[in-house]
Every structure is written in C-alpha cells, then in structure tokens.
Ligand binder design. Structure first.
Ligand SMILES: [Fe+2]
Ligand SMILES: [Fe+2]
Length: 395
C-alpha cells in the first residue's frame, strides 16, 4: 500500500474511532451515567436513593449512604498527570464494584467524589464493607501512584428517614470529620437527635452539596450545567497557579454560581424562548440572590463574592456592579468563561448547540472584551489538551 493510501486509511479509522467514542459518550449520558467511569451521575443516583428511601419506609428496612472522596487527587494530577488521575478513578470504581453487591448503587457526585448506597445494610455490615473497601484501595498498586487514600462519611438510614438532602448533608459532615482527622478513614455519623446532625453538618462544606442538589431539583439544566462548569473552572484555576484555598473557593463557586436561580419565578426560568427586557432584568438578579444565599451560611464569604460577580465583563459592561479588569475577582472571571463555553456547546430548547471549534473561536473573539484574555488562553489550552487526549485515547 502506498504511503498516502495508508495515511488516508489511518485518517478514516481515526475518524470512525472518534465517532464511536462520541456515540458511546452520548449513550452513557442518555442513561444518566458519568462518561469517564460509567457509574451513575448524581441526579440519577439521587432518584434511586429517593426510591430506596420510600421502599425502606414501606418495608421497615435499613440502609446506608456512603460518600467517598479521594484524598489529594489534585496532588496526583500535579505529580503524575491527568492520565494517572483517570487511572486512579478507574481503579477506584472497579474496587467499589468488586467490593459491593450487585444491588448496591455507585454514583459519581463530583470530580473526586463518589457515593454508595448500600441496600438493606445495618451498621455492622456497613462498617465492615466500608473498612474492607478503604483497606483494598490503600493496597492497590496503580502504576506510579501506588495505592489510593480515600476518606468516607457514612449516614445510616431507616424507615423514619425520607430526606435525601439531609442524608447527603449528614454523610458529608462525617466525610469532613474523616478528612479533618487526616484522611484515609471512615466516619459514621452518630445518630444522636434529628436536627443536631443536620444543622452541624450544614455549617460545613457539605452545604455545597446540599445546595447543588436543591438547584438540580429546581432546574435540571442549571444543575447539570453547574457540574460541568466545575471541572473546567478548577482546571483553569490550577493552571493559572491559584493557591489550593482559592481553587477550593472556585470549585464551590462554580458549582453554586447559579444558585440564585432558585429565587427566579418558574415562568421566566423555564421559558422556552428568548426573554423580554423586563424578564431579563429579573433574571439578572440571580448573582445577587446567590450571594445572599451563600452569605447566610457561615464560612462562604469568598465564595459569595465570586458568585456576585460571575456576570461581570472584562470591559466593564457586565452586571451587577459593572466592574472591569482585575477589579473582578479572578474566580468570577474563570467561571464566566467556562460557563459561556459550556452554554454554547449545550443544546437549549430554543437553539442548537455550537460545535466545539466554533465555541473556541467565539471564546477567542470575546477575549479582552467579555473575558479575561489570560483566563481564555488557559481555558482554550485546557480544552484543546483534553480533546486531543480523548481522541488519542480512542485509538
Ligand atoms: Fe449565572
Ligand atoms: Fe451559568
């Protein structure tokens, strides 16, 4: 075969492989599954949890919700690269599958967070299962990384529990305790009174998760959109060299940037067409409403500030304060660009999605006007890298 024919053939195969991957991803997404690990995404997981709580109540059963987070995934990314991070996630999911029963449920609730629902499991069985899982993960030998240190928070449930948001908050509080104690361990939330567990837990980072679920319930598109923006925003924040604390603030703000939409009337929020000027004015209040919601929770001052300014433009033409350039918090600038990219490449009821190539061009075109040029450059580099990596993966 001539060199040229060989090359043409290769190009055709590459193209076919890319199409297969795209189809596979679309099929996974349609079934409510995460594209990287093929476990349930948070909204599908949550639906099943609600269903299980109903069954638990009807039949007087018990069960457990376990939230797990990989300790220091950011360090793995930094020290070993994103491919190693993906290998860690894959190995984790495999271990979770192997270590649970088929009737249990695995979901991915964040880029380094997973949830398990153990059906008809009491405290002793749950304890044994989680301890075995963490031990197995620690003993893994993933090339260059070694074992995985994972922290877990457990909320047990029984017939009287009917609130999935509260359960996530309780498990999240226990997870925070496990992490504060150095990670690599599990904490089971103590069952000592109804509101104590919830209100104490809500004071901490898991409030983020609870709010994100509330948003998902209110407006599915905005909830899913926010989750997609998180990964991009965190990657851009890292590549711009932000401190770990700033990166965590960006992560929370990205997940909650549109939380203020819970305060926007349904008729406007779900309108299947462009908004009138009056409706747009109401919609434009969502960053300020979001700031108020976050200010009401302790420890979220920075995040609230980022959310307030998520629609400010680099050239000063944005809202609510018309800030320009470096006066806009860096987190807000990052979220604006990632948000725009995700919105452009998503289908909406009133317009079709833009191709990734066109969205790249649009980002570049608006750099220096709507978007911070440095942020745009980092985002485009990241997206380019990611898409090239995925295509290579496919071959
Ligand atoms: Fe927004
Ligand atoms: Fe948004």
């Amino acid at each position: 075969m001539s060199v040229r024919r060989e090359r043409d053939q290769l190009a055709r195969e590459l193209d076919a492989a890319r199409r297969r991957i795209a189809d596979l991803e679309a099929a996974l997404l349609r079934r409510g599954r995460d594209t990287l690990t093929a476990v349930l995404r948070i909204e599908a997981f949550r639906e099943q949890l609600v269903e299980e709580l109903r069954r638990t109540r009807r039949r007087g059963l018990q069960g457990a919700l376990v939230v797990l987070q990989i300790d220091r995934l950011a360090d793995i990314h930094r020290d070993h690269g994103f491919a190693a991070g993906d290998a860690v996630l894959g190995a984790l999911v495999e271990a979770l599958r192997a270590g649970t029963r088929t009737e249990d449920l695995i979901g991915r609730t964040g880029d380094d967070r997973f949830a398990l629902m153990l059906r008809e499991a009491g405290e002793a069985a749950t304890r044994a299962c989680v301890a075995r899982l963490l031990g197995e993960l620690q003993g893994l030998a993933i090339e260059s990384v070694g074992g995985i240190s994972v922290s877990a928070g457990v909320a047990l449930f029984g017939p009287e529990d009917d609130d999935p948001v509260a359960l996530f908050a309780i498990a999240g509080g226990a997870l925070a305790d496990a992490q504060a104690a150095g990670g690599g361990r599990a904490v089971i939330a103590a069952d000592d009174g109804e509101d104590l567990g919830v209100s104490a837990a809500l004071q901490r980072r898991d409030a983020v998760e609870a709010l994100a679920i509330a948003l998902l319930e209110r407006d599915r598109y905005t909830g899913e959109h926010s989750e997609s923006v998180v990964e991009m925003a965190v990657a851009v924040a890292r590549s711009l060299g932000l401190s770990p604390t700033q990166v965590e603030d960006v992560r929370a703000a990205a997940l909650l940037h549109d939380i203020g939409k819970v305060g926007i009337p349904d008729a406007i929020l779900n309108k299947p067409g462009p908004l009138t000027p009056d409706e747009r004015t109401v919609m434009a209040e969502h960053p300020v409403i979001g700031e108020r919601i976050l200010q009401a929770i302790g420890g979220f001052a920075q995040v609230a500030g980022i959310v307030r300014h998520e629609h400010e433009s680099w050239d000063g033409s944005g809202y609510p304060d018309g800030l320009a350039g470096a006066a806009i918090p860096i987190g807000s600038r990052i979220i604006l660009a990632c948000d725009a990219y995700h919105a452009m490449t998503s289908d909406r009821p009133y317009r079709a999605r833009m191709s990734h190539a066109d969205a790249f061009m649009e980002l570049r075109r608006c750099a220096g006007r709507q978007f911070d040029p440095q942020v745009t450059a980092a985002l485009v580099a990241r997206l380019y890298h990611e898409r090239a990596g995925r295509a290579l993966h496919a071959v």
